[in-house]
Design a protein around this ligand. Structure first.
Ligand SMILES: *Cc1c(COP(=O)(O)O)cnc(C)c1O
Length: 233
């Protein structure tokens, strides 16, 4: 059996076990195959074994893979997004996970309006307050969402976070718990045009913990495709 196929089966098994552990329905959590830096044959293999959600962190790479891959794939933009690249992305992306400023949202609104399209987004929150990471603070999140909610071509669907790299995944439980709390607080605000349904959290090292804290999307790269080799691109 191929490595990628084996990995997908393993991740799925772990996802189900994590759901069972906390009494969630396995259908509530979706797996995003993070294919950044990986060549098309690797993506095609993941597709063959059932993956339909793929995550990329660079606009150009996402667009190229979008053109080359089957059209029933849902593409997720999970990396930092520059405003001048938004126009290449809005008609191809299923969900932008990394909105972290009003100016970026304004650009998405502008480009989506041109296409008469509604773009689904998540707000990236830097819950661990790491200086090296993008994302808004927990405190800034509600006000940003209230502003974006006024934009007719954007739909806020939830929150995303990138937890720190840790040896012991349990260390990240506090951050997943915190993101879930912000999420629930925002639901209680009942903001018009905000549809809080998604919590994008958990990567190869910590997705099981994230699932037990309420993740609806997990983003797994290494755990499916193996180590990334940045030297190749
Ligand atoms: C690369 C990346 C991932 C996947 O990381 P792995 O540890 O390889 O699973 C998930 N989320 C984001 C935002 C990423 O950039």
């Amino acid at each position: 059996m191929s490595e990628i196929r084996k990995n997908i089966e393993t991740v799925k098994k772990h996802m189900e076990a994590a759901c069972e552990k906390c009494g969630r329905d396995a259908g509530e959590v979706r797996l995003i195959a993070v294919s950044k830096t990986k060549p098309l044959p690797a993506l095609q293999e993941a597709y063959t074994y059932g993956c339909r959600d793929f995550g990329e962190n660079k606009v150009q790479e996402l667009v190229e893979k979008y053109e080359a891959m089957p059209k029933d794939i849902r593409w997720h933009m999970i990396g930092h997004l520059q405003r001048n690249k938004v126009k290449y992305l809005v008609d191809k992306v299923f969900l932008i996970h990394s909105v972290d400023s009003l100016r970026l949202a304004q650009e998405i609104e502008k480009e989506a309006a041109k296409l008469e399209k509604t773009v689904n987004i998540l707000i990236e929150v830097n819950v661990a307050e790491e200086e090296s990471k993008y994302g808004v603070t927990a405190e800034e999140t509600p006000a940003l969402i209230e502003e974006i909610a006024k934009m007719p071509h954007i739909r806020v669907k939830g929150l995303m976070t990138i937890a720190p790299y840790v040896e012991d995944a349990e260390e990240n439980r506090q951050y997943f718990e915190k993101l879930n709390k912000i999420y629930v607080d925002i639901i209680h605000k009942n903001i018009d045009n905000v549809f809080m349904e998604e919590l994008s959290m958990g990567m190869t090292g910590d997705y099981e913990v994230a699932i037990t804290e309420g993740a609806t999307y997990i983003r797994v790269g290494t755990g499916i495709f193996g180590e990334r080799n940045y030297g190749n691109i």
